[in-house]
Design a protein around this ligand. Structure first.
Ligand code: DAH
Length: 341
């Protein structure tokens, strides 16, 4: 019977003695190990009828506590006598603590922020759970724009001005302009979400850094110079940029910015697919409609904005070929960035 076994084991625990650490460990395994006697009683306990469950449960827990206490007590006693026999060797090296590393995405984000800080940009943040107005409408997305499609956006609610996970950090532009008057110079790092199949080149969660500069008389030339300065700090002073005309609803004119390939110096290699150029960000002059939506007079003020993916910048900086590595937290991958801190 189970109660007799409990009684017998209680007596055994009471009487148990051990002369060495090894013996204590053997006792522990025999009683509390995976296949230990007390562990087995817990298995048997499952078959006890409902009316007796409470009584046996208490007895069994008591036995387990007593056994644990006894084992700790024996361990303590042996530890004491062993250490008093030995003289402590103060020349022994200490225990090694493994050093942690910063994640490559954090390293890259901090580097981007610190470059723009030198240019006088302040840090701004906004919510990851946003509404349609701040992610799309105020940014001049026409109602039927494909980015509003269920394909790309994770919606949380439906109906008028649905709640959703932001698909880009451009929403922080809107929040910043709603609350501040020019001059505005902010950099907005953050996590963004898109309903995409995960592959080496795409992930449903990634990070962006958005930049925004609004003041009187801000020009396209200012934008070009700021971006050039940034890429030279980030990728080396010989880096060149190229701007290709593009389209974003919230900027006019819009451009996509390429840098000269930092692997081959622009000659053409397999990283830049032989073109000598690598795309790094979208940018443009803030569309007057966006300024108006945020209560800033486009007749008086102008501005530029840009947005880049942190994963992409980190990939180009360290030649990471698979985006998934950033999210798997494989220490072999993370250790490679130990020296980059
Ligand atoms: N929001 C864009 C994206 O997620 C990136 C971007 C492009 C941001 C141009 C900007 C910009 O501020 O001016 O693809």
């Amino acid at each position: 019977m189970i109660s007799e076994k409990i009684e017998a084991l209680l007596r055994e625990v009471d009487r148990a003695e051990a002369g060495s650490e090894k013996e204590v460990e053997e006792l522990r395994v025999r009683l509390l190990g995976k296949k230990g006697e007390i562990t087995r009683l817990f298995d048997e306990f499952r078959t006890v009828s409902a009316e007796h469950k409470r009584e046996f449960g208490q007895k069994l827990n008591n036995l387990k506590n007593k056994a644990t206490e006894k084992i700790n007590e024996l361990k303590g006693r042996i530890g004491q006598s062993e250490s008093s026999d030995r003289t402590t060797d103060l020349t022994m090296p200490g225990d090694m603590h493994e050093l942690g590393t910063r994640h490559p995405i954090s390293i890259t984000r901090e580097e981007i922020i610190s470059i723009f800080r030198k240019l006088g940009y302040a840090l701004a943040e906004g919510p990851e759970i946003e509404d349609d107005y701040h992610v799309f409408e105020a940014l001049n997305f026409p109602p039927d724009h494909p980015a509003r499609d269920m394909q790309d956006t994770f919606f949380i609610t439906s109906g008028h001005n649905p709640v959703l996970l932001r698909t880009h950090t451009s929403s922080v532009q809107v929040r910043t302009m709603e609350r501040n008057r020019p001059p505005i110079r902010v950099i907005c790092p953050g996590r963004v979400f898109r309903n995409e199949a995960i592959s080496a080149r795409a992930h449903c969660i990634f990070h962006q850094v958005e930049g925004l500069y609004v003041d009187k008389g801000v020009s396209f030339a200012d934008m070009k110079q700021s971006i050039l300065l940034f890429v030279r700090e980030m990728f080396g002073e010989n880096t060149r940029i190229r701007m290709r005309p593009s389209y974003f609803p919230f900027t006019e004119p819009s451009t996509e910015v390429d840098i000269s390939c930092n692997i081959c110096g622009g000659k053409g290699c397999n990283i830049c697919k032989g073109t000598g150029w690598l795309e790094i960000m979208g940018a443009g002059m803030v569309d007057p409609n966006v300024l108006s939506a945020c209560g800033i007079d486009p007749e008086e003020y102008s501005g530029f904005a840009f947005g880049m993916g942190i994963e992409r910048i980190a990939m180009l900086k360290w030649q990471v070929r698979d985006l998934r590595l950033y999210f798997e937290n494989d220490v072999r991958f993370l250790r490679e960035f130990e020296t980059s801190i």
